[in-house]
Design a protein around this ligand. Structure first.
Ligand SMILES: Nc1ncnc2c1ncn2[C@@H]1O[C@H](COP(=O)(O)OP(=O)(O)OP(=O)(O)O)[C@@H](O)[C@H]1O
Ligand SMILES: [Mg+2]
Length: 295
């Protein structure tokens, strides 16, 4: 794997600037319902009474068939609201017990499309949030410059910082996006199929990198995927959603430490989990949507 050899020690700056020494952050979804306008007239219910409590740091995988409403839920948690649609239709999102109706200062999102600015260098892309008033005020220039350098080293791009996104591979572009998110030391990291567009080998490298970065800067990760293997390799917890309208079909924890070897992935414990996820998905959505198994 080409993940970084040395990740800078997370102390002392692993504590998010905004949080002081606050305890672990919590995100709570309470009876979330989402309906969208249907073509023609009426509405389509996409999410149907979802209750989830994310109360500990850890990597939480949100797994479900294509189109079931995973991104809808994740965007909601990140305060990304579609134009002209009330989100959520009903129910409440609480962050640290406080109702959250828009973007939250402690959370950042990483998407499948990296959203790197083509006109900026790698360094400038990673440093981009510090152009914004919020972050400019929070982090002194000398500190953010140091953080960007540390993060570029951590994602293995220290020697590429003067290049532009068009001069990078897909995996390297996703490293830039991940670095830009983590340079803020977020307490909540929301990831929407971030490795979904990458080839199998690069995806595996990026999964390894995420584990290393998470170990260096732990936070509450909510990671959407429709890849069962990815969920088992990365997750401390796997929440399985049914097909649309999404409900929680299963919710379990995985105690095996990461990185999880190929031998573990083939163990009876892992195979049983995989079968249980697949049977939940098929029970909940016979013949609808698709999931991927990449073992
Ligand atoms: N702004 C919107 N207006 C109308 N319908 C929408 C809107 N956003 C999403 N939908 C619909 O809601 C459903 C769920 O979409 P969502 O993107 O949440 O699914 P998903 O589980 O993330 O799918 P995938 O795995 O393919 O990314 C889909 O049928 C989609 O067409
Ligand atoms: Mg999606």
């Amino acid at each position: 794997m080409s993940a970084p050899k040395s990740i800078p020690n997370s102390a002392p700056d692993s504590t998010p600037v905004s949080s002081g020494k606050k305890p672990a952050i919590t995100v709570t979804l309470k009876n979330i319902v989402q309906e969208y306008p249907a073509p023609g007239s009426g509405t389509t219910r996409v999410v149907d009474g979802v209750n989830i409590d994310f109360s500990r740091p850890g990597i939480n995988m949100l797994l479900g068939p294509s189109g079931c409403g995973k991104s809808t839920l994740l965007h909601m948690m990140g305060g990304v609201r579609p134009m002209g649609v009330k989100t959520p239709t009903s129910g409440t999102i609480l962050i640290d017990g406080v109702e959250c109706e828009g973007p939250h200062d402690d959370s950042v999102m990483v998407f499948q499309r990296y959203a790197n600015r083509p006109d900026l260098t790698v360094f400038e892309n990673v440093a981009f949030p510090f152009r914004l008033k919020l972050w400019k005020n929070r982090v002194p220039e000398a500190e953010w410059r140091q953080r960007v350098q540390d993060m570029l080293k951590a994602v293995g791009l220290a020697d590429k910082q003067k290049l532009r996104p068009s001069q990078l591979s897909g995996g390297q572009n996703q490293r830039v996006a991940l670095a830009r998110a983590l340079v803020l030391r977020p307490r909540i990291l929301l990831m929407d199929e971030p490795f979904g567009a990458l080839d199998a080998q690069t995806r595996e490298e990026m999964q390894g990198l995420l584990i290393e970065l998470y170990n260096a800067w732990p936070c509450l990760v909510i990671f959407v995927t429709h890849d069962v293997t990815e969920a088992l390799i990365l997750g401390d917890r796997v929440i399985v959603l049914s097909s649309q309208p999404a409900k929680v079909a299963d919710d379990f924890t995985i105690d095996t430490p990461r990185p999880r070897s190929v031998a573990w992935q083939r163990s009876s414990e892992a195979v049983k989990m995989e079968e249980s996820i697949l049977s939940q998905l098929h029970k909940a959505s016979p013949g609808k949507g698709s999931v991927r198994v990449t073992v």
